[in-house]
Design a protein around this ligand. Structure first.
Ligand SMILES: [Zn+2]
Length: 222
């Protein structure tokens, strides 16, 4: 077991918890692709809160356990992670949570619309789609995820379950997880005010463009 990678997985779990985009019981899982390899490091614990290092497992992208422990309840969702690594060569981190507001949309089988700018800026200009229900990690669930996710989209709601985020780096995955939860919370709060209003499609592109211009410029000086 590569202790650096174990530490990295634990650190991502800690950052997800610190972001607040997590349910009270901390249920979820996160994995990191081993660079240049055919395997991933995966949290085998039931909760991401204070996840113990000895429950991080090394798992082949074919789904087989190579080292460590993988309780059956966690082993069942491995396919959700391996499918994304197989489909997307650029994905380096996959995370799954039951963050409460986003999960409310998932339970309602409702997509999150692009009603906050950050969604447009971070790869979700069409909002967050819903993958139809299938038992967690089953062939049906994985097929539904594949059907719902368009190229480049970094997050999907899992109907009647939770949220799945996948990105190049753990930093981006945690960031997107937070943005999705923030958008869901805003959407639910706006429900009492006539409902959220989506940003016009041309303005979503403009929001992304403006963010990219600022990124290229680097630090803004006065
Ligand atoms: Zn789950």
């Amino acid at each position: 077991m590569d202790t650096d990678l174990v530490d990295q997985v634990i650190d991502v779990a800690r950052r997800i918890v610190a972001s607040g985009a997590i349910s009270a019981n901390g249920h979820g899982n996160v994995s990191l692709r081993v660079p240049g390899g055919d395997e991933m490091y995966f949290t085998g614990g039931a909760s991401l809160r204070d996840h113990p290092a000895d429950l991080v497992a090394r798992v082949g992208l074919d789904g087989t356990l190579r080292e460590g422990q993988l309780p059956p309840i966690q082993g069942a969702v491995v396919a959700m992670h391996t499918a994304l690594y197989a489909d997307r060569a650029d994905v380096g981190c996959v995370m799954h949570t039951h963050s409460p507001y986003a999960t409310a949309y998932a339970v309602a089988n409702r997509p999150i619309g692009c009603w906050i700018e950050a969604l447009a800026m971070f790869g979700l200009p069409d909002g967050v789609p819903v993958a139809g229900y299938g038992p967690r990690g089953s062939d049906r669930a994985v097929a539904n995820i594949r059907a719902a996710v368009r190229p480049g989209v970094p997050a999907v709601l899992l109907a009647n379950h939770g949220v799945l985020v996948f990105h190049r780096t753990p930093e981006l995955a945690v960031l997107v997880g937070g943005v999705v939860e923030e958008a869901a919370q805003a959407g639910i709060n706006a429900g009492g005010l006539g409902g959220p209003v989506e940003i016009p499609a041309d303005m979503r592109a403009a929001a992304l463009q403006r963010a990219m211009i600022f990124e290229q410029k680097g630090t803004v000086s006065t």
